[in-house]
Design a binder for this molecule. Structure first.
Ligand SMILES: [Zn+2]
Length: 285
C-alpha cells in the first residue's frame, strides 16, 4: 500500500526531526523520477501538483499516473494538491483520488482564512484526505498566485498558534520569510517566529520556497519542526536544463526518448540529493 495521505509520514518526520520532500511534478516522466528516487533511497515522498498542472493534464490523467507509478512501489507516496484557493477544485481532486490537499486562503483576512480552511477540513478529513493550510503570505510566484515580496508578510506566532489550536490541520505552513521562485539576495528567515510556533504546536510544519536555500537553512528549519519541505522551482530547472544540455551536446540526433531519459536522470539525481539532505532516506516505514 504505497498510496497514502501525509498524516503518518509527517507525524513521524516531526517526531524524529527529519523532513519529507514534496516535489512539484510536471508530467509522467517527472512523476516517475520523483517516485523512483524515493524508492531507491527507501524514503517516504510527497508528489505535488500545482493547480495549473492539474488543469493542463486533467484530474483523471494525473491520478492514473499515481496508480501506475506509485501503487507498485515499496515506499509510501502521498499525492498532494499544492496551493489551492478554490474549494471546488479541492473537491474535484478529492473525488479523483488525491490523498492530500492544501487550502491556501492566506491572502484572505484571518477569520476568513480560518472559515475556508474549516470548510475544507470538513470535506477532506472524512474522506481520509490530509489537509495543509497556510498563514501569512509567502513571497514570489507559485502557480498563478503572485505575492510581491515587499507585501509578503510573516505569520504572527500568536495567531499561528490560535489557528493550530482551533483547526486540526495535518500540516501547517507559516510564512517565515521564504519565497517561491529564485531568491534575489540572501533570504531573511524568521527563525525566532518558527521556533515560537513549533514550541506551541505538535502539528508538522511545512517549509515553502525551498529552492535556493542553503543546506544550513534547511537543516535549521527541519530541526525546528519543518517536517515537509517543498521543492518546485528546482525541479523545473532540472527539467529544462537537462533538455537544453542534451540538445546542445547532441544537436544532430533528434531522439526524443534519449532526451526524456536525460531529464529523468537529472531530476532523479536532484530529488535524491534533497531526500538525503532532509534526512528521510531509509525512513519509508
Ligand atoms: Zn508554496
Amino acid at each position: 500500500m504505497a498510496l497514502v495521505n501525509m498524516v503518518r509520514m509527517l507525524h513521524y518526520a516531526r517526531k524524529e526531526g527529519y523532513a519529507v520532500g514534496a516535489f512539484n511534478i510536471l508530467d509522467y516522466n517527472s512523476f516517475k523520477a520523483v517516485v523512483v528516487a524515493a524508492e531507491e533511497l527507501e524514503a517516504p515522498v510527497i508528489v505535488q501538483t500545482s493547480v495549473k498542472t492539474v488543469v493542463f493534464w486533467g484530474y483523471e490523467v494525473i491520478f492514473n499516473w499515481y496508480l501506475d507509478i506509485a501503487e507498485p512501489v515499496g515506499v509510501p507516496v502521498a499525492m498532494h494538491l499544492d496551493h489551492c484557493k478554490d474549494p471546488d477544485i479541492i473537491k474535484k481532486c478529492i473525488d479523483a483520488g488525491w490523498t492530500s490537499v492544501m487550502i491556501d486562503a492566506s491572502s484572505e483576512p484571518f477569520e476568513e482564512n480560518m472559515a475556508v480552511t474549516r470548510q475544507v477540513l470538513e470535506m477532506a478529513q472524512p474522506a481520509g484526505v490530509s489537509v495543509e493550510a497556510e498563514l501569512g503570505e509567502i513571497g514570489g510566484v507559485e502557480d498563478d498566485i503572485a505575492v510581491d515580496e515587499e507585501n509578503a508578510f510573516l505569520a504572527d506566532p500568536e495567531k499561528a498558534l490560535y489557528f493550530c489550536r482551533k483547526l486540526p490541520v495535518d500540516c501547517f505552513a507559516p510564512a517565515i520569510g521564504t519565497a517561491h521562485g529564485l531568491y534575489k539576495g540572501e533570504p531573511k528567515i524568521a527563525f525566532d517566529n518558527l521556533e515560537r510556533i513549533a514550541a506551541g504546536t505538535s502539528i508538522p510544519l511545512a517549509l515553502h520556497g525551498g529552492t535556493g536555500l542553503s543546506d544550513d537553512v534547511f537543516k535549521r528549519c527541519i530541526a525546528l519542526g519543518c517536517a515537509k519541505v517543498n521543492i518546485s522551482t528546482q525541479l523545473k530547472y532540472s527539467f529544462i536544463d537537462a533538455f537544453v544540455r542534451y540538445f546542445q551536446q547532441n544537436s544532430k540526433e533528434y531522439n526524443p526518448l534519449k532526451v526524456l531519459d536525460a531529464q529523468f536522470k537529472d531530476m532523479k539525481k536532484m530529488v535524491q540529493e534533497k531526500i538525503r539532505l532532509f534526512g528521510s532516506a531509509g525512513k519509508a516505514w
